[in-house]
Design a protein around this ligand. Structure first.
Ligand code: PMM
Length: 308
């Protein structure tokens, strides 16, 4: 499976579908397979290029579901969406879930542990033929914030880049072709808000590993902190979308490969603005087709930045 690509040179929009009772922003909303499937279809109608189906909450402090429960949550949804022709990704740290989901039609395995949580994961991905997202991770959610310190020279950007480089090497050593691997800095996973901002500013260093980047910032706590009220109370989860949409536009200009988001419609709107302006700047607009990609010679167009 080659990597899917976004539309018109813009980043791929990966819609989040958490089939969990306890995810931090949408836990319990789609926990029965029927509701989950309807939401997955709504994400596609809103313009998601990929739907990322997960059955384990990674909210800080969350407990892991048993394997059988994770399979029960994700498999029917993956199967039904794939049967609709949707490109499906499975968000799991377990090799058995990854293999079963690919069997059921998933094209990507999104492993927030980058292969560290389950020694069988990388060989399973290699055998499955699926594409692989390796995220930066240090520990399971019940204790990940105990590991949010980055003291090596170069700080969080250097440490995360080095760790992702190792995960890429491990994936390749297990038989996953490098061309199928996407890297993700793992915003919020064993990271403070300051670490997240440093990583966003330093994405080019992560991109220097030579693989496309996926970024998941949607609704995360660092945006709530940024928008905190005068008394320091973080902005609630449901009121962070405008800030996230601004970030989406900036990340598109940086040339990221994919954006993992809850609000697909707002993301598509932001990408429409980025794409249209890029087309205007490169002279590709004015043909009556407002959605044309930037042509050669673009200097600020999406996908043309130094980060891909
Ligand atoms: N974040 C969450 C879950 N899965 N996968 C990737 N690749 N990157 C992320 O940043 C990421 C992820 C947690 O967020 P959610 O509870 O909103 O799904």
């Amino acid at each position: 499976m080659t990597l899917p690509a976004g539309r018109d040179g813009l980043p791929l929009v990966v819609g989040v579908l958490n089939v969990t009772p306890d995810s931090f922003s949408d836990g319990g909303r789609w926990s029965d397979p029927e509701a989950a499937l309807a939401h997955g279809r709504a994400l596609v109608a809103d313009g998601a290029d990929v739907v990322d189906v997960g059955g384990e909450s990674t909210r800080p402090g969350a407990e892991r579901p048993p394997l059988a429960e994770e399979l029960r949550r994700v498999l029917p949804v993956v199967e039904a969406l794939a049967a609709d022709g949707v490109v499906v990704s499975v968000d799991t740290m377990r090799a058995e879930v990854a293999a079963a989901a690919v069997e059921a039609g998933a094209a990507l395995v999104n492993d927030v542990s980058g292969g560290l949580a389950d020694a069988d994961m990388l060989p399973a991905v290699a055998a499955s033929g699926a594409a692989y997202v390796a995220m930066h991770w240090r520990a399971h959610s019940d204790r990940m914030q105990d590991f949010a310190s980055y003291d090596a020279p170069g700080g969080v950007v250097a440490e995360v880049s080095a760790a992702l480089g190792e995960r890429l090497e491990a994936a390749v050593a297990a038989g996953v072709p490098a061309e199928r691997v996407v890297l993700d800095p793992g915003l919020g996973f064993a990271k403070t808000a300051e670490h997240n901002w440093a990583l966003l500013a330093g994405l080019d260093d992560v991109a220097a590993l030579g693989r496309p980047l996926l970024v998941g910032a949607s609704r995360k706590a660092f945006l709530g902190r940024l928008l905190a009220g005068a008394d320091g109370t973080p902005r609630p989860v449901g009121e962070r979308e405008a800030a996230h949409t601004a970030l989406v536009a900036l990340l598109a200009l940086r040339g990221v490969w994919g954006l993992r988001v809850h609000d697909v419609r707002a993301t598509r709107d932001a990408l429409a603005v980025v794409g249209r302006l890029a087309a205007e700047q490169t002279g590709a607009a004015g043909s009556g087709d407002d959605r044309r990609p930037p042509g050669p010679g673009a200097t600020t167009g999406p996908g043309e930045g130094s980060t891909t």
